[in-house]
Ligand binder design. Structure first.
Ligand code: NIG
Ligand code: FE
Length: 416
């Protein structure tokens, strides 16, 4: 078959092993790293990836050939945990944090998430759209081609809906593909006066059915944490969401281990996210129930903690893990997934191959798109990050500089 485009002469191509499911435990150490190879693209999809020169049968008179001598190619990166859409920002809390006031104490005083809720409620659709688009523009130049985006800064229907509609509109208009998660259970809104149970019942009765009916999100998520939502409330909400056909994620063991992981294991959520405070017992449960561990080392860094999620233990227990930014205005104000990948190495001692698997093949399965993205299997979308780096180790080792040179989305060059 004749290719539309051939990207060639790569010094390395990182090809995750694609068995139709996330890579678990020791499988995450493996990848096909092709030396001196090419990527042939047809109709926006992968036609062939192989070592050596492209054969004559791939090349027609219209085939565009692009030379990438000395560069590394990987599948487009997938940021599978972000709080993308929000009003305002929270750098005003930074000095407090530096003076030792904790994240949960700032929230208790009505700051933190609740401060962003106020700014988001008062922001227009256009304002939220522009801000989120700017974040996506940043993400794409760092090699990201798919993003999961959570709501959760409205905590009332009007604003949650506005957030979800911004994601829908951006999914149409921006080259990045978006996967939407409904997360109204992100904090108890002030008008509920601390009554989390009542708020959860309201979400179940009034919001969840509308999100489903208007097809505004595929996943449902909840922040299971001390002073936010209990494990019991998390179970109640996620069970109701499951019945309506939502896929499930849960913010668990971010700061304290209060049972979120048990809920994840019981309901077989696609992932449990954060897991900084995960216990050995929790890891065993997640491993047995096939819950993907979504790790967010940028949040540990930004919260100025030393306890990174025990990634190695999770791999030893046979879990699949992903890494993402958690991009949000409070606990992790960044859009740079490369820095997160580097923290995966520097702070969690993951290897470059494990890190690349975490943000490609595993992240693809964790957002429900494992059949379309995350590897270079023939027929998958030609979402590609091209690195100004000679090998897989280099962009993890050479930190805090954007080393992505080009990004292809559905076979088209989108950033330069
Ligand atoms: O994932 N944990 C809860 N939610 C976000 C933080 C949101 C915020 O601080 O605005 C998180 O860390
Ligand atoms: Fe989060």
């Amino acid at each position: 078959m004749i290719a539309d485009k051939i990207l060639t002469n790569f010094s390395q191509i990182f090809c995750p092993i694609d068995n139709g499911q996330p890579l678990k435990g020791a499988e995450m150490d493996q990848a096909n790293v092709i030396e001196n190879g090419f990527i042939a693209i047809k109709d926006g999809k992968i036609l062939k990836v192989a070592a050596g020169e492209p054969e004559a049968s791939l090349i027609g008179s219209h085939t565009k050939i692009v030379d990438y001598s000395g560069k590394l190619a990987s599948p487009g990166l997938i940021d599978c945990h972000t709080h993308l859409v929000y009003g305002g920002s929270r750098e005003n809390e930074f000095a407090k944090k530096l003076n030792g006031v904790s994240y949960l104490d700032i929230l208790k005083e009505g700051g933190g998430i609740l401060s962003t809720v106020r700014s988001t409620r008062s922001a227009s659709f256009e304002n939220l759209y522009d801000k989120s688009k700017r974040l996506l523009d940043q993400m794409i130049i760092h090699g990201v081609t798919t993003v999961e985006a959570k709501s959760g800064y409205g905590l009332n229907w009007e604003t949650e809906k506005r957030q979800l509609e911004v994601v829908k509109e951006l999914n149409h208009n921006h080259p990045i593909d978006l996967v939407s998660t409904f997360m109204a259970a992100h904090a108890v809104p002030p008008e509920f006066d601390g009554d989390g149970d009542a708020f959860i019942e309201m979400i179940i009765a009034e919001m969840l059915p509308q999100v489903k009916e208007e097809n505004l999100a595929e996943f449902c998520d909840i922040f299971c944490e001390t002073g936010v939502f209990t494990a019991k409330q998390s179970l109640r909400l996620l069970e109701a969401a499951k019945e309506l056909g939502f896929k499930l994620r849960i913010h668990a063991d971010e700061i304290d281990s209060i049972g979120g992981v048990d809920v994840a294991a019981e309901l077989n959520t696609v992932s449990a996210e954060h897991l900084m405070a995960a216990t050995d017992e929790g890891i065993k449960k997640m491993s047995e129930s096939g819950v993907i561990g979504n790790l967010l080392p940028g949040t540990t860094f930004s919260l100025m903690k030393d306890t990174y999620a025990p990634a190695k233990k999770m791999l030893d227990a046979g879990m699949a893990i992903t890494l993402s930014t958690d991009s949000n205005p409070g606990s992790c104000p960044t859009s740079n997934i490369q820095f997160i990948m580097q923290l995966g190495c520097f702070k969690m001692y993951l290897t470059p191959v494990q890190v690349f698997n975490a943000v490609t093949i595993n992240a693809a399965y964790s957002v429900g798109l494992g059949d379309q993205i995350g590897s270079f299997k023939e027929g998958k979308l030609a979402d590609i990050a091209i690195w100004d780096a000679p090998n897989v180790d280099y962009p993890l080792y050479f930190f805090a500089t954007n080393l992505v040179q080009d990004v292809y989305k559905h076979g088209e060059l989108v950033s330069k």
